[in-house]
Design a protein around this ligand. Structure first.
Ligand SMILES: Cc1cc2nc3c(=O)[nH]c(=O)nc-3n(C[C@H](O)[C@H](O)[C@H](O)COP(=O)(O)OP(=O)(O)OC[C@H]3O[C@@H](n4cnc5c(N)ncnc54)[C@H](O)[C@@H]3O)c2cc1C
Length: 384
């Protein structure tokens, strides 16, 4: 677990925090990682135990049961858990997405009602995507209308991570004035989930992504989160946080592949010497080390930017774009280093490659992130 790439600068993370998470990952997550992936399971027991360890409300205010730690801690937890299993780590991401949306935009009554439940292990999902709206959420088919003293929601969300076990959904729906955000308890009448034909992915398998159906779901007025019609802006703000977490997970995947390949190369003999002694192989590792370090620096810079509200879109987009692509490159390179062993179903490299590649799409595709960065570049060009 003490791999070389995790010794890089990790600012603003309290001493002992990472060690505690690492111990849990080694004992509880690593032994189950292949099974969770192979069977596409939601690891509910692990998620509840992560809550007991204090991992599910790391950056929430203390008055809501959180630890009120800087965002680098949430990112570090995702990186460490991602090292053991990216599928487990994305369970935390959907929880963090829901709490970020509520904590940043929710009314005081909504915060009081739901935020304290996260430290006790509440499982949540973040539902933007619909069958015909993925990257583009500016207009949605899911509708919310005012009726009497509440809201009524109708529609269907697709591809919802953690949806198989979520107890709370944060859902985007269209009202008369634009896209808006609602918090929807799973037990609300009219909420149902099902596993759609295209729900299972080859990577980030934490239980099949589900479709969430909303049929005349009635919500109290205060279950609108933030301002009516401002849902896209709120969603993008929330995504800046979760993209940084996703980038942390990508670094975790890359580190795990690096360490596993290094152990193989250290122990495997070819042409009367250890594979790690071939210069060509050493250069692969040198190259990967530099790229993982660079990704990691971007990730913790994005965490700093989130705490300081400082050019967040740029930092979060660059971190996820770069880290997810580095993870895919590193995982594929590690297969190569391990030869036939790298391709074996019993070896973890297939999982690393599938998880890494999937994160070039989920939570904001590389193209969409490049668009965000390009917009900044064009604005900057006008200032030169
Ligand atoms: C593992 C996983 C988990 C997910 N979990 C959730 C979840 O919990 N909640 C949720 O709401 N959604 C979830 N999604 C959906 C995810 O957010 C969408 O898949 C993603 O936003 C991309 O949308 P899409 O697949 O419909 O692709 P599309 O939007 O149809 O895009 C297709 C292709 O066109 C590119 N493209 C799109 N727009 C542009 C543009 N303007 N410029 C250049 N290229 C463009 C895309 O990058 C992609 O390559 C998940 C997806 C995955 C893979």
């Amino acid at each position: 677990m003490e791999g070389l790439p995790n010794t890089v600068w990790q600012p603003a993370v309290e001493a002992g925090f990472v060690d505690e998470v690492r111990r849990f990952v080694k004992q509880r997550i690593v032994p189950l990682a292949n099974e969770i992936d192979a069977k596409d399971l939601y690891p509910a027991e692990i998620v509840r135990d992560l809550a007991k360890l204090g991992c599910n409300a790391i950056s929430l205010p203390k008055k809501f049961g959180g630890r009120e730690l800087g965002y680098a801690h949430s990112v570090a937890a995702c990186e460490e858990i991602g090292y053991g299993s990216a599928a487990v780590a994305i369970c935390l991401i959907t929880i963090f997405q829901a709490q970020t949306m509520l904590n940043t935009f929710g009314s005081e009554s909504l915060k009081q009602q739901y935020l304290p439940q996260f430290a006790r292990g509440l499982i949540a999902s973040y539902a933007l995507t619909e069958a015909s709206h993925g990257s583009d959420i500016r207009k949605l088919e899911t509708k919310a209308r005012r009726e009497g003293d509440g809201w009524v929601l109708n529609g269907e969300k697709s591809f919802i991570t953690s949806g198989s076990r979520a107890e709370l959904f944060v859902i985007l729906a269209q009202t008369d004035v634009g896209v808006s955000v609602f918090v929807v308890p799973r037990e609300s009448a009219g909420v149902s989930t099902y596993i759609g034909e295209n729900s299972a992915t080859f990577g980030l398998r934490n239980g099949p992504h589900v479709n969430v159906r909303l049929q005349d779901v009635r919500l109290p007025l205060d279950h609108l989160v933030g301002q009516e019609g401002k849902g896209v802006r709120q969603a993008v703000t929330t995504l800046d946080y979760s993209r940084t977490l996703a980038a942390g997970i990508s670094v975790g995947i890359a580190r795990a592949a690096f360490d596993a390949a290094l152990v193989f190369a250290r122990d495997r003999t070819a042409f009367d010497q250890k594979v790690v002694n071939f210069q060509g192989i050493q250069w692969y590792f040198a190259d990967m080390l530099a790229k993982i370090d660079a990704a990691r620096l971007l990730v913790y810079e994005a965490a700093r930017a989130l705490d300081n509200h400082d050019d967040v879109i740029r930092r979060a987009s660059a971190a996820k774009l770069f880290a997810s692509e580095v993870a895919t490159e590193v995982a594929a390179r590690c297969v190569q280093i391990c030869g036939a062993y790298g391709t074996m179903v019993n070896a973890p490299f297939g999982r690393f490659m599938r998880d890494a590649k999937t994160y070039e799409i989920g939570g904001g595709s590389s193209e969409v992130l490049k668009n965000a960065l390009a917009k900044r570049v064009v604005n900057y060009a006008a200032e030169l």
